[in-house]
Write a protein that binds this ligand. Structure first.
Ligand code: UGA
Length: 440
């Protein structure tokens, strides 16, 4: 099939490369000419494991091309995937749909043959119906186009694998024709036994925001338990493990620590609250405000514990920070809890040195005032406290005995509960974590 993928950010670039990988002819579209040129040469504009190979293969096979022209896209595609961003509106929590709307507005007048426009971006419930009206008004007579919604559940850091082997495909369609087209697009996955859920577009839109809200709630639930653990002297890691053995609860997304960040969970729960308010059911999701607040509190708690560890005042202290990205295996620093903590510690007068395996460039552009270095040892040289803020595998492989010699004080706050605390303690480190009692 001939597919276009409009918007080549984390979602679109991965989707385009994976659709070419399963045999489609794909044209990726973006307004950013530099990005289009890079992708066209088979180079990824960001770090995502496995993407470089998949992209280069697609480009090399001739099945994957990129352009800045929506007109070319309109002429090329049987199916147009919308993968542009839906950021938070300035001054409000609602989703800003201007990029999604612009795609439909600019594509529609050039449509000359039957096609399906498929939204993948995360949008407020009701968006597809609104876009259908817009499309109807702007498409030429006989274009025979309609809109469907097919939300994406990929996780950064696992995006290629999640796209090629999804746990489910949710197709929000208004006609049997749209359903048949999506089944054809995803035929290799359906043959491999992936669950395909066909529903109306509004339910499909809602599945996505409900899923992200549930995941955010799980994280904030366990972080609330970590606060209780700290108050009473209990251990949240054991609590998570014990809860997780109950299959009705499950262990996934019960890792307590610095909380969630990134371009999705924080903005999606806020946009959901805003949309529910518009629909007159704000009370139904009012608990998400608490989820958001618990999440923000973990950043303050981390700064507070760190401050106590250096004697109550950061002024003039040398602090090493391990991790800048919002999660490991990504270079994304959007709403990163790690960077928020690094910035707060710096604001309070500490000299901050940060190392991250992939996120330094992006971090420097949003937080230029701290020092960036290119390895763990350099970050920790002379440090009075080490903050472990993103749980990269590389940090779990650190030899604490070797690092103890570099630091001025062997003290570490593991804000992701991911390090082997007994090992670090046996190498002479004072170790603190969130929701875990310090040994007597
Ligand atoms: C999230 C969802 O997991 C995807 O299913 C969804 O497709 C995506 O948003 C999206 O809407 O596009 P992502 O933002 O890539 O994916 O990252 P997650 O793996 O969900 O992690 C989000 C944050 O939660 C990270 O900051 C992570 O450190 C934190 N987290 C995760 C915890 O603090 N504890 C946990 O137990 C799990």
């Amino acid at each position: 099939m001939r597919l276009t993928v409009i918007g080549t950010g984390y979602l679109g670039a991965v989707h385009a490369a994976c659709m070419a990988d399963i045999g489609h002819e794909v044209l990726g579209v973006d307004v950013d000419a530099h990005r289009v040129a890079m992708l066209g040469e088979g180079r990824t504009p960001f770090y995502e494991p496995g993407l470089q190979e998949t992209l280069a293969q697609g480009v090399g096979s001739g099945r994957l091309r990129f352009t800045t022209s929506l007109r070319e896209a309109a002429e090329f595609g049987d199916v147009h995937f919308i993968c542009v961003g839906t950021p938070q509106k300035e001054g409000s929590h609602a989703a800003d749909l201007r990029y999604v709307d612009a795609v439909v507005d600019e594509l529609a007048p050039h449509l000359r043959r039957p096609c399906l426009i498929v939204g993948k971006s995360t949008v407020p419930a009701g968006t597809t119906s609104r876009l259908d009206v817009r499309l109807e008004a702007l498409a030429p007579e006989g274009a025979d186009a309609e809109v469907a919604w097919n939300p994406e559940f990929l996780r950064e850091g696992h995006a290629v694998e999640d796209t090629l082997r999804p746990e489910r495909i949710v197709a929000g369609v208004s006609s049997p024709r749209a359903d048949a087209v999506l089944r054809e697009v995803y035929a290799p996955m359906l043959q491999a036994g992936v669950h395909y859920i066909s529903t109306d577009p509004t339910t499909a839109e809602l599945v996505k925001v409900a899923a992200n809200s549930f995941l955010a709630t799980k994280i904030s639930f366990i972080n609330a338990m970590a606060e209780v653990c700290d108050a009473v002297g209990a251990d949240v890691s054991t609590l998570s493990e014990a809860l997780g053995h109950d299959p009705r609860i499950g262990r996934a997304f019960l890792s307590a620590g610095l909380g969630f960040g990134g371009g999705c969970l924080p903005k999606d729960i806020r946009a959901f609250m805003a949309r529910a308010g518009e629909l007159g059911v704000g009370d139904s999701v009012a608990f998400l405000r608490e989820v958001d607040e618990i999440n923000g509190r973990q950043r303050h708690r981390t700064v507070g514990i760190a401050r106590n560890m250096v004697g109550g005042d950061f002024a003039g202290r040398r602090i090493a920070v391990l991790g800048a990205t919002f999660k490991p295996d990504s270079d994304d620093v959007r709403d990163s809890p790690a960077l928020a903590v690094a910035a707060a510690v710096h604001r309070e007068g500490a000299a901050v040195r940060l190392y991250d395996p992939q996120g330094i460039e992006n971090a420097r552009s949003v937080l230029p005032q701290i020092e960036y270095v290119h390895d763990v040892a350099k970050a920790c040289e002379g440090a009075e406290l080490v903050l472990h803020l993103t749980e990269w595998a590389e940090f779990r492989r650190i030899d604490p005995a070797v690092l103890a010699a570099a630091a001025s004080e062997p003290r570490i706050l593991d804000a992701r509960n991911a390090l082997d605390a007994p090992l670090w303690r046996s190498a002479g480190w004072t170790v603190r974590a969130l929701g875990r009692p310090a040994p007597p």
